[in-house]
Design a binder for this molecule. Structure first.
Ligand SMILES: [Zn+2]
Length: 244
């Protein structure tokens, strides 16, 4: 526990909170820039079990923004989750890290998030987010949506039964698969800021047993600007989470 002394000094963590983190199981969907940064923060914080889900391999173009990978990983074309597990294990051997070389689909989403206390969105497209939303609603698992585009970012806590869900806020397209298009470029500094916001919210949900403030966090790291857009809900009429 010695390594967590400074973290346990925080009133919001303490020894009990640290033990709670050590017992927590988190799934991160996507191991690119955002997923890498969030995985590193959670590993250093001493999360108990981390499952990483991604089927991409490391390329040289990833080295600018994806902090868990190095030139050797790009040279050998290592799977991102395998390279990430190797790096994260060196940062904190006490964290059990599971590398799943898989792309989230409607066929595997339920089993990939099963048993998690929390799911983090490290994806780069809305089609994946609709799948995360559906699987998490079905199993009552909180998740933290995050997206980065250029120098802008969005983060929102989605706690089934307590906050609006992804469909409440963004609607449901006729064909969610059409949202597979990857988001365009992002400033690396913005990605890290969004990962920090995402992990802060993740820790808050884990330490406070799902308690969180509903609201869409918008950040512009260039201007800079941060806004919390209030959201209401969950509405009875939502086709995904409504009880009406
Ligand atoms: Zn909803």
């Amino acid at each position: 526990m010695e390594r967590y002394v400074r973290q346990m000094d925080l009133q919001k963590v303490g020894e009990r909170g640290q033990a709670r983190l050590a017992a927590a199981r988190v799934v991160i969907i996507g191991c690119g820039g955002l997923g890498s940064a969030s995985a590193e923060l959670l590993t250093r914080a001493g999360i108990g079990r981390l499952r990483l889900v991604d089927d991409d391999r490391v390329e040289f173009a990833n080295l600018v923004g994806q902090s868990l990978f190095d030139e050797e990983d790009a040279q050998t074309g290592e799977y991102k989750v395998v390279a990430a597990r190797r790096r994260l294990s060196r940062l904190n051997f006490a964290v059990a890290i599971e590398a799943m070389t898989a792309r989230l689909s409607e066929h595997n989403a339920d089993s990939l998030v099963a048993g998690a206390d929390l799911v983090l969105d490290g994806s780069d497209n809305d089609a994946t987010r609709y799948l995360i939303n559906a699987a998490c609603l079905k199993q009552g698992i909180p998740w933290v949506f995050a997206a980065v585009l250029e120098n802008y970012g969005l983060v929102m806590n989605i706690v089934p039964g307590k906050t609006p869900c992804f469909v409440c806020i963004f609607g449901r397209p006729a064909d969610p698969q059409a949202c597979r298009n990857k988001e365009k470029g992002a400033l690396v500094a913005t990605t890290h800021a969004v990962a920090s916001l995402q992990v802060s919210q993740a820790l808050r949900i884990l330490l406070r047993n799902g308690e969180c403030n509903p609201g869409l966090i918008y950040v512009d790291t260039w201007q800079p600007d941060v806004e919390i857009v209030p959201v209401k809900g969950p509405p009875m009429s939502c086709p995904a989470c409504g009880r009406g």
